[in-house]
Design a protein around this ligand. Structure first.
Ligand code: GLP
Length: 249
């Protein structure tokens, strides 16, 4: 596992760069995408690059990590709408090949036959990835998840007072995420410092879903200085390399 600790802007630049170079090299790649505040700046950079350098998404397929249950696609709070506003409508992607998890057999079949080349992840304050909440199985595949009280509190800010926030979502499972060829997890801001420390420095446990990523062979974490501020970088598990840390467990 590689860990880069950078300024917030540099971290977003690097992640956007990694995605753009994958798309350039493999124009028909499958990208695993995330929502939340964290990826917004990354998508901005991808849009900027598309405008300036014409990087094409015409043959790219995307699969998002999760979607709320009960919200129409065009509902302002649906994750499809989020993706449309922040990325899809600004690039030349074919919307037919932009997938969101569902329990329909067509989707499950597509999922079982697809390989995610690069999975982008944020991390919830309770250590969730996608909507794989603490206590869930590491063997899970696509499923309906009941959101924890903490997650509901964390995400309520996106919903206007007139909208009842869904308490359930369909999410890729941990097993689906772990099958991705490469994973990039991004953690920025002081509010991510404590969970990033737990994820990296505590034993792997389903109480902290993101901790399983330590078992994946190709994970890169981009943290900004604030999110990395509590890490015990003098510990022998962090091996300093040129510009990054290699983390061994
Ligand atoms: C949501 C999403 C997660 C995301 C997390 C963190 O709950 N389901 O995929 O990683 O929020 O979001 P943020 O980037 O806003 O901190």
């Amino acid at each position: 596992m590689k860990l880069y600790i950078l300024s917030k802007d540099k971290a977003y630049d690097c992640v956007a760069c990694e995605i753009i170079s994958l798309v350039t090299q493999y124009p028909d790649a499958t990208l695993g995408l995330a929502t939340g505040d964290t990826p917004i700046e990354i998508y901005k950079r991808m849009v900027e690059d598309h405008k300036q350098n014409h990087t094409s998404y015409q043959q790219i397929q995307t699969i998002n990590l999760d979607e709320y249950v009960g919200l129409a696609n065009d509902h302002p709070n649906s994750y499809r709408n989020y993706m449309h506003e922040h990325l899809f409508k600004h690039v030349d992607i074919d919307l037919e090949y932009t997938y969101f998890p569902s329990l329909e057999s067509g989707f499950l079949k597509w999922m079982s036959q697809s390989i995610i080349h690069l999975q982008l992840l944020g991390i919830g304050n309770n250590g969730h990835i996608g909507f794989n909440e603490p206590g869930g199985s590491f063997e899970s595949s696509v499923h309906e998840a009941v959101l924890t009280y903490e997650t509901i509190q964390q995400n309520r800010k996106y919903f206007s007072s007139q909208v009842i926030m869904p308490k359930k979502a369909v999410t890729l499972g941990i097993k689906d995420i772990m099958k991705a060829q490469k994973i990039i997890l991004v953690a920025t801001g002081k509010h991510k410092a404590s969970i990033l420390k737990k994820m990296l420095e505590e034993p792997i446990s389903n109480r902290l879903p993101a901790s399983i990523l330590k078992k994946h062979e190709h994970v890169t974490i981009y943290a900004d200085f604030e999110a990395a501020s509590l890490l015990d970088l003098s510990h022998s598990s962090y091996i300093k390399k040129e510009g990054f840390y290699e983390i061994c467990n």
